[in-house]
Design a protein around this ligand. Structure first.
Ligand SMILES: *Cc1c(COP(=O)(O)O)cnc(C)c1O
Length: 396
């Protein structure tokens, strides 16, 4: 047996184990724009698991902006920002992001995952301590690992434990990092309390606004704006790939922070810059987010309507304050069966199970869009009712 065959054998054994544990994953293809109704594999379904919260991913203004940018500036930045990759649109977008977030400056990263790796691993090192909520996103977890700092994990939103960890741990530098909106639970971090603790115990505060940008705050700037804490949070990061309907990410904060990251963040330094079209899309999205606050209200109305509907059907809905609505099922097999039944009834909702969430809390992670119609939502509620009955979710 050659080495190539041997590798194939090793990997297929491992895949078999994943399958046996019922945790095998595969990719499904969407053939259309990521709108409320999509063609998935070979049929039309209501899409209830994309992060296109404001419905911007197929917005004509964003699509036109991308085309214009390609006509003017081509298809690629073809180098790292520090070599020859910084283009006019990078500067313009960073200025617009800083204004949007209410910070001195902003720096673009190629995606949120890379932003979290770059920021955390450049700000802290082996002599430092990171304080991290147990439900923080995997990219934060990986950023902490890469930094080799000591990581003090506290139970979800448990301010008592966070405070005792802050008391107990030393560290040259101390960094609290937290999701503003938790990606699998949709709940909002208690930022005023966290900011108070950060101040009391001399820790820097970093907030991941991936699911809050465009969704929370009067201007849609996120959790930090929602709580009026712009002056208290040293580092805000967020993605351009969810509510903003594009691709890429940002870190917003002081000029000095930006300067430091340009010099130290390896995931900024050693990668080709985002292409012009992505920049133009984000610029247009930030305009729409601010010009059309009604998108945010429509999103929140849809969430309220859908949650009310699910609860009256008897489902355990854990949260209703953001676009992420987790419907807790519990056992993994029931969750996946429920997801399959929903799909058969024309609704696409991904089942989320361990290791993404703790055992026993498997769930359907429903996400809503401003552009879902009442018709879409009613169809989905009917499907939930039928699927719940098929799978035997309800007592009665
Ligand atoms: C999606 C997400 C990221 C990663 O952002 P990308 O731009 O998709 O790489 C980071 N943090 C959280 C909380 C997220 O949900």
């Amino acid at each position: 047996m050659g080495l190539r065959e041997y590798l194939g054998l090793l990997l297929s054994h491992e895949l078999e184990e994943i399958r046996r544990a019922g945790r095998y994953r595969f990719l499904r293809t969407i053939w259309t724009v990521q709108s409320p109704r999509v063609v998935l594999d070979d049929r039309e379904v209501v899409l209830m698991c994309s992060n296109n919260y404001l419905g911007l991913a197929g917005h004509p203004r964003l699509m036109d902006a991308a085309k214009r940018a390609i006509d003017l500036y081509g298809t690629s930045a073809v180098a790292s920002r520090l070599v020859s990759g910084t283009m006019r649109l990078h500067r313009e977008l960073e200025e617009a992001l800083a204004r949007f977030k209410g910070t001195e400056a902003a720096l673009i990263f190629n995606c949120g995952y890379m932003a979290n790796l770059g920021v955390i691993s450049s700000l802290v090192g082996p002599e430092d301590v990171v304080f991290s909520d147990e439900l923080n996103h995997a990219s934060i977890v990986d950023g902490c690992r890469l930094s080799r700092a000591k990581v003090a994990v506290y139970p979800h939103k448990d301010m008592g434990v966070l405070e005792s960890l802050l008391k107990r741990e030393g560290g040259r530098r101390r960094l609290i990092v937290v999701d503003g909106v938790f990606s699998m639970d949709g709940d909002i971090a208690p930022l005023p309390e966290i900011a108070g603790l950060a101040e009391d115990y001399g820790a820097f505060l970093m907030v991941d606004e991936a699911h809050a940008t465009g969704v929370l705050g009067e201007r849609g700037a996120g959790t930090v704006e929602h709580f009026g804490l712009t002056q208290d949070v040293a580092i805000q990061m967020g993605t351009l790939g969810k509510a903003l309907g594009g691709f890429g990410a940002y870190v917003a904060g002081s000029e000095i922070l930006k300067d430091y990251l340009i010099n130290r963040a390896r995931s900024f330094i050693f990668t080709t810059a985002l292409p012009p079209a992505d920049m133009a899309v984000a610029l247009e999205a930030i305009r729409i987010v601010q010009e059309e606050p009604e998108r945010r209200s429509r999103l929140h109305d849809n969430v309220a309507y859908f949650v009310e509907g699910l609860r009256s059907l008897g489902f355990d809905v854990a949260n209703q304050h953001t676009a992420v609505v987790p419907v807790i099922i519990g056992p993994e097999d029931k969750t996946m069966e429920m997801s399959q039944r929903l799909l058969e009834k024309g609704v696409f909702v991904a089942g989320i199970r361990p290791p993404t969430v703790p055992p026993g809390t498997s769930r359907l992670r429903v996400t809503l869009m401003a552009t879902h119609t009442r018709g879409d939502l009613d169809l989905a509620l009917k499907a939930f009712e039928g699927a719940g009955r098929d799978v035997g979710i309800f007592g009665g």
